[in-house]
Design a protein around this ligand. Sequence first.
Ligand SMILES: Nc1ncnc2c1ncn2[C@@H]1O[C@H](COP(=O)(O)OP(=O)(O)OP(=O)(O)O)[C@@H](O)[C@H]1O
Length: 341
Amino acid sequence: MAARRQPDTFLKFPILIGDIGGTNARFAILKDAFAEPKFFETAETETFRTIDEAIQVHVLDQTSIQPKSAVLAIAGPIDGDEIDLTNCHWVIHPRRMIAELGLDEVVVINDFEAQALAISSLGDGAREEIGRGVHREGASRAVLGPGTGLGVAGLVRARNMWIPVAGEGGHIDLGARTDRDRMIWPHLKTIEGRVSGEQILCGRGLVNLYQAICKADGETPRFTKPAEITQATETGGDAHAREAIDLFSIYLGRLAGDIALVFIARGGVYIAGGIFKRILPLIDRTRMREAFEDKAPHSALMREIPLYVITEEQPALAGLAAFARSPRFFGLETTGRHWKR
Ligand SMILES: Nc1ncnc2c1ncn2[C@@H]1O[C@H](COP(=O)(O)OP(=O)(O)OP(=O)(O)O)[C@@H](O)[C@H]1O
């Protein structure tokens, strides 16, 4: 007789899930493992002194459901009982949250672990493919997201589980490949002499790239903000902005290909983050896909790997919800990141 499946008792429902970014904090509650998440209005981190206040005002004051557990995704390292956020003034004190918000337990994970959890289950309605690969449901995957910085994570399939692997892949070197690249590279701002992925593939990186293109052509840059470069490309009046957007997507394809090789991500590489979704209508998808596949001696392998852009509005919350519902499907290590009453 088949063994009866044990109920998952890792976290007690209702579970509060939260994606805490530098600018915005997004929350939802899962009443039980089967219910759809109840979403709350996004809180601007600037508006609140502490995360506890934001949860009180944006969640607890808006519902009669009292969460028993919380799973939060944050940008920054998680070590010890006081967790600083990389791009925001909030400090997370899980023990204080338990004492003051009526919670029994709190789990804190990295924001790109949450993105990795999300790509385990994003269907065709939540992603768009760039080019064409071979879809393999059970194979390892990877995600990279240009935003304020460049986050990278793998999602490895092993022992019937999805294992998120969040590293510092946004900081690997990005090299010049073409003659035009070799004209631009000397003008890029470096970090201690190095052009890492994050020097180009994030908001300030787009500005760095645009300004280097201008300097390579002996022109004075006009723009200092990433959104200005996108707007100038949309209106079609600025050739340097246009080239910056083109090369941004090609370099993103190139780095996505490298990450695919690291994880042999036959299940696909997913692009997350706010920037790429915004520039997607402006890019040349064929050239991006070519850059992704241009990985001799492994071009044949690369031709089979799908490249997706995530179109789901709140992928980190989707990932946290998937984990909160069925933690046994994920090999997520929570030692040192799980606080209980
Ligand atoms: N129209 C645009 N074109 C290009 N870049 C943009 C545009 N609008 C905003 N950005 C840049 O996008 C970056 C923010 O990215 P994103 O929206 O993914 O945020 P994030 O890193 O997830 O942070 P948070 O979750 O704190 O909001 C910033 O560097 C911002 O300047």
